[in-house]
Design a protein around this ligand. Structure first.
Ligand code: ADP
Ligand code: MG
Length: 454
């Protein structure tokens, strides 16, 4: 057996033990160089990879080798930073094709409850920044555990914060945990825009009573981003009925919003006072140590291995949004994997931090997205509701809002004079899809990379 075949066989014995992401990223750069009596020499691209391999896989590699060549007793390493892959040109393509859905993260969404099983307390970091809402959440769960019913003090639990600080994660973790403890409980998670469209179509089809009865039957009802109910009078009317019935029946309600109840506009006073009737708790941005803890958890979850210096650099520079922390972590992983150089990765991410918002224009966003989906600008701003135009249109809305921080009404104007609620709904749809669809997350990462040109 030649060296490369032998190494392939060893790698195949690692499948399942290590995520595909890591297999593709790291092991593709490692080669079996030499075999001598009882020693093999492995070439690695950097000291970092050597140490990682030694600490985590030395024993496994040796055992696998011995299955083929029993007399092997020792592994030696040489560092060959310049050794390129045979198909170096192709490598960049395969990188962007790495299958996130194959990594160990489970993006599955439970159809009945609407809950995404990836959001649990196991991967949720609690610190000063989210202590109050997390404590309320634990108390709700404890009540289910001990008394099998909700906690009146925290009903509803109303959590608010800016985007990307963990509202959805926390709410879904409560839902998942209740279901874990009590399989028979009826738990429902629904983003507010979906709730609104459910109610509107019920009114249109004259099935309102059926829908109200359905919602009244839940033991736990979680509505995410309740601010989207603003200005929707029918939905508010129906939600008010559902809310009162649920509380009277002893069911638990959890809500999230981007602001406290008092600051909500175009929402009936009686609803706001119901929201304030339970517990209102906010999440603030995490401090440096908390950001490091979150980064380390995310890296562990995705099996991303990066020098601590890079993690610290990310934590120092991104302070307001945990989703962004995660995005830059993944970006850094790909960059580091390409050139194995901590300083150059830091330099490249720094470039992105320093300039992106100034550098890219709305036109650039539109061009990049249209190019990615292979459609024209005219099609994307049209009124057509064909699937192949709606998704890119919503991606543009999402990027203009999240990357360029444009307001919803101004995005509406740019994208063919659409209403700001349409834009809000579009952004929300994309956020949901990113969370639930690993392939789509990968597409967005690629689009962002093209946008910022790194
Ligand atoms: P929001 O709903 O407030 O916009 P999300 O719940 O969607 O924020 O969180 C954004 C990302 O950050 C998600 O990927 C989530 O898993 C992660 N996240 C947020 N808070 C935490 C935390 N305390 N620990 C670990 N990950 C977190
Ligand atoms: Mg959310």
């Amino acid at each position: 057996m030649d060296n490369s075949l032998l190494w392939q066989s060893i790698l195949s014995s690692f499948e399942g033990k290590i995520s595909k992401l890591n297999l593709a990223a790291w092991f593709s750069k490692i080669k079996l160089k030499k075999r001598e009596q009882n020693t093999v020499t492995i070439s690695v691209p950097s000291i970092f990879v050597k140490e990682w391999l030694q600490n985590k896989f030395q024993r496994d590699i040796l055992l696998s080798l011995q299955k083929f060549i029993p007399e092997i007793k020792e592994i030696k390493y040489i560092i060959s930073p310049n050794e390129k892959q045979e198909n170096n040109g192709k490598q960049q393509n395969t990188q962007s094709k790495i299958d996130f859905s194959q990594s160990k993260i489970d993006f599955s969404c439970n159809r009945l409850s609407g809950l995404n099983s990836k959001y649990t307390f196991k991967n949720f970091i609690v610190g000063g920044f989210n202590q109050l809402p997390a404590a309320c959440a634990f108390s709700i769960i404890n009540n289910f555990k001990l008394q099998n019913k909700p906690n009146n003090i925290y009903n509803p639990l109303f959590i608010y914060s800016n985007v990307g600080l963990g509202k959805t994660h926390l709410l879904e973790a409560v839902g998942n945990e209740v279901l874990n403890l009590k399989r028979k409980k009826k738990v429902k998670y629904i983003p507010c825009p979906n709730f609104t469209s459910h109610v509107i179509s019920a009114v249109r089809n004259q099935t309102t009573e059926k829908v109200v009865d359905e919602y009244k039957s839940f033991d736990v009802l979680i509505i995410d981003d309740i601010e989207f109910i603003a200005g929707k009078e029918w939905t508010q009317e129906i939600f008010f009925r559902i809310f009162n019935d649920l509380v009277n029946n002893g069911s638990q309600i959890l809500l999230s919003s981007d602001r406290p109840p008092r600051a909500l506009e175009k929402i009936e006073e009686r609803l706001k006072s119901r929201f304030e009737g339970g517990m209102v708790a906010d999440i603030s941005p995490p401090n440096f140590e908390e950001r490091m803890a979150i980064l380390e958890e995310k890296a562990k979850e995705r099996e991303i291995i990066l020098p601590k210096e890079i993690l610290e650099f990310i934590a120092q520079n991104i302070s307001k949004n945990i989703r962004e922390l995660e995005g830059v972590l993944i970006k850094s992983f790909f960059l580091f994997q390409k050139d194995q150089n901590t300083k150059s990765v830091i330099f490249k991410i720094k470039e992105v931090f320093d300039a992106p918002k100034k550098r890219i224009s709305p036109e650039r966003v539109s061009n990049v997205v249209c190019g990615f989906y292979n459609i024209s600008h005219k099609e994307v701003v049209s009124r057509s509701r064909k699937k192949e135009f709606v998704l890119p249109r919503q991606v543009i809305m999402y990027l203009l809002h999240n990357e360029l921080s444009l307001s919803l009404p101004s995005i509406g104007v740019k994208i063919g004079n659409k209403d700001h609620t349409t834009v809000g709904y579009g952004c929300e749809k994309i956020e949901e899809k990113i969370k639930k669809d690993g392939d789509f997350l990968k597409d967005i990462e690629v689009i962002k990379e093209r946008l910022y040109n790194i």
